[in-house]
Design a binder for this molecule. Structure first.
Ligand SMILES: [Zn+2]
Ligand SMILES: [Zn+2]
Length: 286
């Protein structure tokens, strides 16, 4: 695997630049629509084309850098759909999602557990759910207050200056964000669209392959590989690899340090798993 690249500080710069450029472009299209230079639906098209890769950059920075090394950009810029608390909140809850996947300790559980419509609802309020879970564990600190304030000021300022145009921008962004994360959270962790569907991490290679050239052109390779090979990303020692490397990785079928059998038919209780492990160790020692 020596030809694979973790994110280096240089890559972090690239991911930050990606966030800034795309956020600025989406904001720019909104301003142009306000001025009447592009139709209002242009805002939706711009968001649809540009936003997903912002989320992938947020994800990569979240996996690869300790909080004190996140730049101001990744702390504060994701403004389009307010990530309350910025990348830090995403990072903390997403890392727990990997570690406690499919157990009752996964803060991302509402996004993929149970009925698909229930999950869709929680994906639509994903930033709020993550902020809530972050505060539940860590409380409120100065950075969280600053970041929420930043989001509130941006939102209020946008509505004040651009009125309805900003509303279209913010609402369409939220909808696009919610539906996109639903696809990542539900369809990659469940085997079908049903409340009874099994849990695992599924490759969607076969689903995407027939339309690969088209979707790669629209959304870029990082987004498309991120969706196709989420199973490889979940393997325990592969979290930090960039989606551009996913093609060369393998699915090692080890998505959790706690659960060994995949697929699982239901969400597992961590306390029960640990009690079983303790019992087994006691048996072996006896
Ligand atoms: Zn996942
Ligand atoms: Zn991840």
């Amino acid at each position: 695997m020596s030809n694979l690249k973790h994110l280096s500080p240089g890559h972090s710069l690239k991911e930050n630049a990606n966030i800034i450029i795309r956020s600025a472009a989406m904001y720019g299209v909104m301003v142009l629509a306000y001025l009447g230079w592009v139709p209002t639906w242009g805002i939706v098209v711009a968001n649809l084309m540009l936003y997903f890769a912002v989320y992938v950059s947020v994800h990569e920075i979240g996996h690869n850098f300790p909080v004190d090394r996140l730049s101001l950009v990744s702390r504060f810029v994701p403004v389009a759909t307010p990530l309350w608390g910025g990348v830090r909140v995403f990072q903390e809850t997403h890392r727990r999602h990997h570690l406690y996947f499919c157990t009752d300790h996964d803060p991302w559980l509402p996004f993929y557990a149970g009925h698909p419509l229930r999950a869709l609802f929680f994906n639509l309020i994903e930033p709020e759910v993550n902020a809530f879970n972050f505060v539940k564990k860590h409380g409120v600190d100065r950075e969280l207050v600053l970041n929420v304030l930043y989001n509130v000021v941006f939102l209020a300022g946008g509505l004040y200056v651009f009125g309805k145009t900003y509303l279209v921008y913010a609402l369409s962004m939220r909808l696009i964000h919610g539906v996109a994360v639903f696809f990542f959270n539900f369809t990659l962790h469940r085997d079908r669209m049903s409340a009874e569907a099994a849990y695992s991490v599924y490759t969607r290679e076969r689903l995407v392959k027939p339309v690969l050239p088209l979707v790669r052109l629209i959304w870029g390779e990082a987004v498309v590989f991120g969706y196709m090979y989420h199973d490889r990303h979940h393997s325990l020692r592969q979290w930090r690899y960039h989606p551009l490397n996913y093609e060369t990785l393998k699915d090692l079928n080890d998505y959790s340090p706690f659960i060994k059998q995949w697929p699982a038919t239901s969400i597992q209780r961590l306390s029960e798993i640990q009690a079983q492990q303790d019992e087994m160790q006691a048996d072996m020692a006896a």
